[in-house]
Design a protein around this ligand. Sequence first.
Ligand code: HEC
Length: 77
Amino acid sequence: MGPREVSCATCHHLSAGYADGLDLSISVNSRGRASTRRFLAPNAIPFTQRTCTTVLNAAYNGMTSDANYTPSPAPMF
Ligand code: HEC
């Protein structure tokens, strides 16, 4: 378990379209949010291996081609 100092909005922030605007996301041992997030020094934690995507498309999760909305068969986590 981590130090519980990183919230969802650290990376999925309004200022960057609910993403972070970084090439690779930064998690713990850091300060700032979205594109202002930087590692503290000293640091042995690597960047994550993913680019942060917006969470806005999660609103469409469970939407069918006939415009029905049933999210329960399509959980994200
Ligand atoms: C350290 C940065 C970071 C934090 C903190 C974070 N995320 Fe993410 N999130 C990412 C990255 C990077 C991806 C893309 C992952 C991939 O492509 O495999 C992502 C992807 C997602 C997606 C998928 C979006 C899509 O359309 O595919 C959702 C939903 C999401 N995150 C929700 C959350 C929630 C909810 C939390 C808090 C419990 C959270 N995230 C915390 C970095 C972060």
